[in-house]
Design a binder for this molecule. Sequence first.
Ligand code: NDP
Length: 280
Amino acid sequence: MAHLLEGKPIAERLKEELKKEILNFDIKPVLASIQVLENPACEVYIKSQKKTAESLGIDYRFYKLDSNISESKLIEFIQNLNLDNSIHGIILQMPLPSHIDYKNISEYIDPKKDVEGLNPKNLGKLIFGKAKILPCTPSAVMELLKETKVDLYGKEVVVVGHSEIVGKPLALLLLEKFATTTVCHIATSQRSKLEEHVKQAEILVVAVGKANLIKGNWIKEGAIVIDVGINKVGDKIVGDVELEEASKRASWITPVPGGVGPLTTVMLMRNLLEATKLQI
Ligand code: NDP
């Protein structure tokens, strides 16, 4: 039976470290959070970010913009925050309205204030292994892997999902550790090759957003399984992996909720500290 790889205790430990570090700062770090579109999941994230920020001594400044705002006006708003020396980090909450394309916006967040690590300049630094600000969820996955004490060198790692915020940057972080990294995506499933790849994985990370996409009996005996997915099924939140069945085969497995989620917000705050240090 797998050990449960819970994010909360790690998050609490990291928060204590961040709190101590903030106490040594001469200033209070300030995080600007911009919401354009109202969305129930987003409200939950904002509440959790605010709570975590305040518990660490971070000033969380929330800006709700009109959901009809044009792309150019949003960029102008961000550029004003870039110029504001009292702001150390900027997060743009997802989702955005359909008339705004995040891919056009991310480059306007000053790389030094880009606490999500999604400005192309910060993402580019990942290629060279030089990024100081890492995308939050991939960074949370790496923290969870660290907790298992697994040596990634040469390990067969399969990442399912190739989004810009999770799968792609995570693959780069894994390659940096010399993991043999395979990235699966929609085309892998369409060619019915997903099961074959998953069965090879000594470490499996799934970030898709489809409940029970990964069958428990596909998990390699002794594998480490990190389930990033968040899906609402009835009134329950579940991941992308069949947890119960997978737990019988894996050596470590993250619960959903309670695995990756609690760490992601802490990684955001860690990035804010890094951003603050880059500016003071
Ligand atoms: P996206 O929708 O951006 O990406 C999903 C990825 O899965 C895409 O690469 C997509 O490929 C791929 N995909 C879709 N269907 C299949 C399939 N049947 N087989 C294989 N691959 C498939 O989502 P995100 O990366 O933003 O998030 C993924 C999940 O992780 C979501 O459930 C989200 O809620 C959760 N999440 C959790 C976080 C946490 O802190 N716990 C933080 C961020 C996300 P293609 O685009 O080519 O269709």
